[in-house]
Design a protein around this ligand. Structure first.
Ligand code: NDP
Ligand code: 2IT
Length: 447
């Protein structure tokens, strides 16, 4: 079996060897999916996985904009249209200086499996720019978004490719991107998700990724007869996903001890309650300041500079910042400190070694493509509402989100359980996500 996996990975590496994040995502899928398909006649000789690792289309383009000093800035924009077997390409846009094809191909590849898991008809894609939004004025952000969309608009559409937000792209950026798309196409359509509620957005979409990550943790804990009440929770990040993961954890009776950004983390031994979280939301979303400023208002807390929060003793860890932010050593420390559950809000935040360490210890571990799927699932619900020209209430969307997270959990159990009752959520998510896409590809022939 290992020979088959290695043979496949060698082939993929030959073409993509200079893309480490993409290879990391492919390796994890190959190790769980190849043993599943190897003896299934319908997949035999079809090179399905080899087709799935090749994007259907990659678009790369120049993004020029003028800064507030009148200087011309040049960035690079991309859209990776990975797989459209089960629906239009769907996935976020990331604005971060580290954005390159390796990062976007890993994210687009994961998105294909994630979107399949949501039970909704969405293919997978991802895009973005190496533009760094930090320290930029509102007008600079607007000019960059408009320039980005002046090229992207010809490659997307409500039935072709529907982008959304990701790191560095939130409600403000989606507004500027939507405005430019609408102007160029002369159409008001649901071409982006994450829109404001007064112009086609869905209630609960901002909350959905963080809430869904906690709902997934809740589902995992329930398999052990446990829940979040009085649990200590360590969260990384302080952006969209982290904020609403914290909000839902607090609502469910847990004590949130940390949040972070790329400069370090804050630790509040008394717990970050609703009022303190509101302050964080204001700091990050309105004032656009650093998380360290939390300690000015709450002097009993501490800021730990340049470190991730994983050395903090906790029951539950929710990594909600970025890829590879939790390594083998972090996993060992979390386990030593008694952590029983890790639900990934970010995409691929745990390194491969860290994941294996959690699995070896048989704690509850959910990979992002299952546990953070609530965001894109609610994007799917936004698309449905746009097509219906109708809006569901908060309660209706939240109920659908909860049901979808439960369905994803059930799929992981179906494909990931072993004879002793242990659930390998990585294996379960990869196989369940794969089957639906692979069967659609087989039905559609070699295209
Ligand atoms: P935001 O831009 O809102 O927040 C990102 C947070 O992560 C910030 O606190 C940021 O700190 C921190 N961060 C980003 N890059 C790094 C880095 N290299 N090292 C340390 N910290 C970093 O993004 P989101 O909350 O939307 O996204 C967070 C994660 O969740 C990403 O992995 C994203 O792909 C994933 N995700 C997002 C979904 C969504 O709906 N938004 C859906 C599913 C997954 P700083 O400000 O210092 O950069
Ligand atoms: O990684 C993700 O799932 C997202 N950034 C959200 C994608 C979406 O289309 O809502």
């Amino acid at each position: 079996m290992q020979d088959k996996i290695n043979g496949f990975l060698d082939l993929v590496r030959e073409r993509n060897g200079n893309e480490p994040e993409f290879m990391q995502a492919v390796e994890e899928v190959a190790e769980t999916v190849i043993p599943y398909i190897v003896n299934k006649d319908i997949y035999h000789g079809k090179n399905i996985l080899l087709r799935m690792v090749e994007p259907e289309r990659v678009i790369s383009f120049r993004v020029c904009w003028v800064d507030d000093q009148g200087e011309i800035q040049v960035n690079r924009g991309y859209r990776v249209q990975m797989n459209s077997a089960i629906g239009p390409y769907k996935g976020g846009l990331r604005f971060h200086p580290t954005v390159d094809l390796s990062i976007l191909k890993f994210l687009a590849f994961e998105q294909v499996f994630k979107n399949s898991l949501t039970t909704l008809p969405m293919g997978g894609g991802k895009g973005g720019s190496d533009f760094d939004p930090k320290g930029k004025s509102d007008n600079e952000i607007m000019r960059c978004c408009h320039s980005f969309m002046s090229e992207l608009f010809r490659h997307i559409g409500p039935n072709t490719d529907v982008p959304a937000g990701d790191i560095g792209v939130g409600g403000r950026e989606i507004g500027y991107l939507f405005g430019k798309y609408k102007k160029l196409s002369n159409e008001f359509t649901g071409v982006l998700t994450g829109k404001g509620v007064s112009w086609g957005g869905s209630l609960i979409r901002p909350e959905a990724t963080g809430y869904g990550t906690v709902y997934f943790a809740q589902n995992m804990l329930a398999t052990k007869g446990d829940d979040l009440t009085n649990k200590t929770v360590v969260i990384s990040g302080s952006g969209n996903v982290a904020q609403f993961a914290a909000e839902k954890s607090i609502q469910l009776g847990a004590k949130v001890l940390t949040m972070s950004d790329s400069s370090g983390y804050i630790y509040d031994s008394e717990g970050i309650d609703d009022e303190k979280l509101k302050h964080i939301m204001n700091l990050k979303n309105v004032q656009r300041k650093r998380i360290s400023e939390y300690c000015i208002k709450y002097p009993n807390s501490e800021f730990v500079k340049g470190k991730t929060p994983w050395a903090t003793k906790c029951d539950i860890a929710l990594p909600c910042a970025t890829q590879n932010e939790l390594d083998l050593n972090d996993a060992k420390v979390l386990l030593k400190n008694g952590c029983i559950c890790v639900s990934e809000g970010a995409n691929m935040p745990s390194t491969k070694d860290a994941v294996h360490e959690f699995q070896k210890a048989k704690i509850l571990f959910a990979p992002g493509k299952a546990s953070n799927a609530g965001g894109v699932a609610t994007s799917g619900l936004e698309m449905t509402q746009n097509s219906l020209r109708y809006n569901w209430s908060r309660e209706e969307v939240d109920k659908k989100l909860k049901d979808i997270m439960m369905d994803i959990h059930d799929s992981c159990i179906e494909y990931g359980s072993d004879d002793n009752g242990y659930v390998d959520y990585v294996k379960g998510a990869n196989i369940a996500g794969f089957v639906k896409v692979a069967d659609a590809m087989l039905a559609q022939g070699i295209v």
